[in-house]
Design a protein around this ligand. Structure first.
Ligand SMILES: [Zn+2]
Ligand SMILES: [Zn+2]
Length: 339
């Protein structure tokens, strides 16, 4: 049965946040985003092709994006949807750092501000101000609201209590981890080629292929998937909950992101580590959480409120024509949906 959408208020075109100055480019972001896209284009060269590289790009998109960003940065650090040992938290965060989506404190602060201001003018990346703005444009120009110290103080104090995350801010540790991952991918490819009897030229070709596909193409894929949660999943899809913004459950984004695309569910119950609330809403990341929980490596897992899930399901059934009684009583707006 297809879910019945909860009507969202008519979306209005938002102005950009007042603190944005479109004339001031954030060059560190612009150069990084441009450079990675150019490096990923090297994959079009026949010399760079290897099936190993393609598999690494595909699997790596799920592993790095899933464990690093979706599990580590988002469900663990930002929303504290579960607890785990520090070594496991740091391991996930290191994988997340390899995705080059800025430091964990910065990521957490921007995302918490998104939840606080979602689809209002001061949302850092609402697609109601334009699809491309919500997808990537927001990070390429200056937004004084996102000045590091200001948003850290307001949104990421808890994260920065950890000395490891402070070091990622204040030292060269962050770029060192990123560069180390480049070197590691190249060397693993080259050494594997040599071990298989390849020449030095073979090793260089295979190492380069593993680097381009396994790092650059994968990074671009993870970026656009993460960015699609911000853009597409606030524009297209169905709404199970009458939340105060325009978030949607988008199955394409959900499949690509291992469950992050059930974004309306997430906005309705942000702390819940499970984003897929209905039987068909596959949530691979929550599957990982459950496996880790069974192994004793994860505990205090925040699950969706069953009453709210049941109310959403009942609402869908009623909208499908079963009954209209009590419909209004089941609505759970958290803020006036009219923007
Ligand atoms: Zn959102
Ligand atoms: Zn969130």
């Amino acid at each position: 049965m297809l879910p019945s959408p909860v009507a969202a208020s008519r979306a209005v075109r938002l102005a950009l946040p007042a603190a944005v100055d479109r004339r001031r480019i954030v060059w560190s972001y612009a150069v990084t985003v441009g450079l990675y896209h150019l490096l990923a284009l090297l994959a079009l060269l026949p010399w760079m092709f290897s099936w190993t590289g393609v598999v690494l790009a595909l699997v790596g998109t799920y592993v790095f994006g899933g464990l690093g960003i979706n599990l580590g940065f988002h469900r663990l650090l930002t929303h504290r949807g579960f607890s785990c040992p520090k070594w496991l938290e740091h391991a996930c965060v290191i994988v997340g750092v390899c995705c080059v989506q800025d430091t964990p404190a910065r990521w957490v602060a921007v995302h918490r501000r998104h939840h606080e201001q979602a689809d209002l003018r001061d949302d850092p990346h609402s697609p109601l101000a334009g699809f491309l703005w919500g997808h990537a444009g927001w990070m390429l120009v200056e937004n004084r609201d996102l000045a590091r110290l200001g948003i850290y103080d307001r949104y990421a104090k808890d994260v920065l209590r950890d000395p490891f995350y402070r070091r990622l801010e204040r030292s060269l540790l962050y770029p060192a981890i990123v560069l180390a991952s480049w070197v590691l991918f190249f060397l693993c490819g080259a050494v594997a080629s040599l071990a298989g009897g390849g020449t030095l030229a073979d090793a260089a070709q295979f190492g380069a292929s593993v680097l381009v596909w396994g790092v650059f193409v994968r990074t671009i894929a993870v970026w656009h998937i993460t960015w699609s949660v911000n853009s597409a999943a606030h524009l297209w899809g169905y709404r199970s909950y009458e939340t105060a913004e325009q978030s949607r459950n988008n199955w394409v984004v959900a499949l690509l992101s291992n469950g992050e695309g059930w974004h309306n569910n997430h906005h309705a119950q942000p702390r819940a580590a499970r984003h897929g609330h209905r039987p068909w809403e596959i949530d691979g990341i929550f599957g990982v959480v459950r496996v880790l929980e069974a192994m004793g490596l994860v505990w205090d897992v925040v699950r969706p409120d069953p009453k709210l899930v049941a109310a959403a399901a009942q609402r869908a059934a009623m909208s499908a024509g079963c009954s209209d009684d009590g419909h209004r009583a089941l609505q759970e707006p958290t803020r006036d949906a009219g923007l």
